[in-house]
Design a protein around this ligand. Sequence first.
Ligand code: 5GP
Ligand code: MN
Length: 336
Amino acid sequence: MLKGKDNLQLLTKPRRIVITTHHKPDGDALGSSLGLYHWLKKKNHQVSVVVSSDFPDFLDWMPGRGSVIMYPQSPEMASKLINEAEIIFCLDYSALSRTHALEPIIREAAGQKWMIDHHLEPEDFADLSYWDSNAAATAQLVYRFLEEELQGKADIDADIATCLYTGIMTDTGSFRFRSTTAAVHHIIAELLDAGARNWEIHEQVYNSATERRLNFLGYCLLNCLEVIPAYNTALFSIRKEDLAKFNVTTGDTEGLVNYALSIKGIRLAALIVDRTELIKLSLRSIGEIPCNEICKKYFNGGGHLNASGGSAAGDIATVVNTFKSILPEYKELLTK
Ligand code: 5GP
Ligand code: MN
C-alpha cells in the first residue's frame, strides 16, 4: 500500500512542499489537504495548498483556509510554487486530470509526486503512493500516514484534528456509509482526544445553509425529481435556468443526490446538472450497483462503487436519456 517508501527520507530536512487536491474540493479534499498542511508547517517545511477552483461556502471556516491558493485568482504564483516544489502531494485524487488546469503544471514539474488517495484504479504518476481503496476517506489515510509512516501522531493538534475529522465526516456521510469501520471510529476517537470539537464541525458543515439554498432544494424536490420505479432509480435533472433562478454557487448542489437515494426502495440515484460547458453527473447507489463502472463506461468519470461522478457533452435532455438507456443493463442488480 505504501510504494516508494525510500523517498520518505526527503522529509528529514525542511523542504518546499505544495499540496494539491482535485477540482472543486469537497470536505475530504480540503480537510486532508489542510490537515497535512498544518502538520508539515509544524515540521518547518515551506508549505502551500494549491487548488484549481474555489470550494464550497460550508467549508469556508476550516483552519488554514485563508492560505489556500486558487489557480484562477493567482495563476502565476500557483505555477511558480508547483514548479519550485521539491515535493508535490496529490491528495484525494489518483488521476492527474482531476486537477483540471493544474494537470499540465503538475505533470511537468520536477518535484517528486506523492499521492495519498482512496480512489480505484490509480494512474501511475507518483514517486510515492500511499493508497487504499478500502479507506473511507483520504483524511483517514493522512492520519495513518502521519501515525505509521512519519511517527507524527504526537504532533496532531486541534487544527489538524479538526481538518481530518471534517474529511472523514463528509466522506462517510456523517459515519453512515459502509466504509465506516471500527478502525474509522478509532481514528475519530483519537481526533477528538487531539482537540477536534465534533459538534462544532457538524454545525459548521451541516447547519450553515442560506435561505436561498433551502429554496433551491425545495424547488428541486418539487420540480426536478423523477422516479423510475421499474429500475428502483431516481434522478434529479437541473437545467441552467434552474441554477440561474437561485443564483446557485459551488456547494449548493452538494448532498442533493442523497435525497433521491433516500426514497424507500431506491437503489440508484443520479444528479444531472447543466452547470458548465459539460453536463456533470453524480451517482450514488446501495449494495453492489457499480456507480464507478457506469461513470467510467458512459460518462468519462469514475470514483467509488457507491459514489461516483462524471460528465458528458450535449444537452441535458440527451444526457438524461443516455442515463435512462443504461438502466436495463443493470436491471438484475437494480431490482434484486
Ligand atoms: P460527486 O458526485 O460528489 O461529485 O463525486 C463523488 C465521487 O465520484 C468523488 O469522490 C470522486 O471519487 C468521484 N468523481 C466525481 N467526479 C469525477 C470525475 O469527473 N472523474 C472521476 N474519475 N471521478 C469523479
Ligand atoms: Mn475522498
